[in-house]
Design a protein around this ligand. Sequence first.
Ligand SMILES: Cc1cc2nc3c(=O)[nH]c(=O)nc-3n(C[C@H](O)[C@H](O)[C@H](O)COP(=O)(O)OP(=O)(O)OC[C@H]3O[C@@H](n4cnc5c(N)ncnc54)[C@H](O)[C@@H]3O)c2cc1C
Length: 428
Amino acid sequence: MNEFKKTNIENPVVVIGGGASGMIAAWRAASLGVPTLLIEKNKKLGIKILISGGGKCNITHDGNIEDLLKSFQKNEALFLKPSVYKFNNRSILKLLEERGVETYTRDDGKIFPKSNDASDVIAALEWYLRNAGVEIRTDCSVQEIIFENNCVTGVKLNNEIIYSSNVILATGGVSYPQTGTTGDGFRFIEKTGHTIVPLRPALAPIKLSNKFPYGWGGVAIRDAELICLVNNRKTHSERGDFLFTHEGISGPTVLELSKYAAMELANNKVELILDTQPDKDATMLDSEIQQLIGLHPNKQIGNIAGLFLPNRLVNHFLNSINIDPEKECRKLIKEERKQLVKLIKEMFIGTIDTIDITKGEVSAGGISLKEVDPKTMQSRLVKGLYFCGEVLDIAGRIGGYNLQAAYSTGFTAGESAAINYKSQSTTP
Ligand SMILES: Cc1cc2nc3c(=O)[nH]c(=O)nc-3n(C[C@H](O)[C@H](O)[C@H](O)COP(=O)(O)OP(=O)(O)OC[C@H]3O[C@@H](n4cnc5c(N)ncnc54)[C@H](O)[C@@H]3O)c2cc1C
């Protein structure tokens, strides 16, 4: 039998998980003057931040609050609204800038530290934690949350019980489990009656059943539309850049589409096609090609097709529809032209084999938003239990939105837990 060390001292606020959301939650609670304990199972805080944005950390996204919210699904945006209004992209940038972390904004709105080094972000957040007096316990894994009569009463460690009536669950999702996110939080609340919306991949690489020739690796198609075909029906599409890699496919379109494709994959055959000219419909494209052929009758068709398809692969694609790339344009028959248009508008990419949840930038699903008060992040089922970050059923787009959701919900959770503690300690 395990002997538990019982510390009878009540900890005003306990935060489980030292990622982006947990760090902001702990800092906010402590900065309101409430003693706060932050427990992280890794030896260091913020391990996932360290690998974010390829190690550069896409901290947040530029734009006003309504624009930020638009990058989430409607129900997520509605839930996030009060938190993002409290703590937005300007708020996190101000905090970081005050600690000397200068940032820059890319043309696409993504914001990074000027140093392109994610560890600068972690160092600044750690400074705030220590400055606010947060007690930090790393290399310390919570095993259980303890509840009594629908109220939280503390957390169990390996051989210790820590009492608290304000516990913030910030244990993240289930992607990249090597960073500590092994879904512990979902297990902790199993018995509380909270609904866990099934976890599934999001922003994850898609593995196809087919392979492409090695030489295709690195070929990018800019501003294309990747379309998901479920039993030959178009179900979802994403616009942006698409990339052939040595292993298969990648790029923002692929990552964004993964969440929707994964939902279908369990029961259906899911195929991908690519529209390399999404601004033109087939009729427009056909007449443009006819015009070009009229202007350059003696040119090779490969040259004309190269205006719409990646140059490195034009010959391959034309051969795949039985058109000789060296054929003179004037010799192209109508049926061949139609085939070319179809190729440009509906290039078959492949059938999806798997989408691995552990390889996603985030995992979709998590604690149902319906059971959490968006103004406080407090559970509607268990008093004193708060949630923030990816443990919630929120999965934003690429661009710094997921970290922003983590900071905003963390801020609200920390603030509410501190206010709750203060009201408990003044109640006679
Ligand atoms: C490769 C990659 C790149 C990404 N790039 C970006 C990006 O550039 N911009 C962006 O906005 N988002 C990015 N994301 C997503 C973003 O990093 C996450 O959404 C965000 O970090 C979630 O924060 P969180 O605090 O909710 O969870 P996490 O950061 O995952 O933190 C949860 C913490 O809880 C700890 N924990 C879990 N269980 C226990 C336990 N039992 N006891 C104690 N501690 C526990 C974990 O060890 C972990 O440190 C990326 C994600 C990945 C994987």
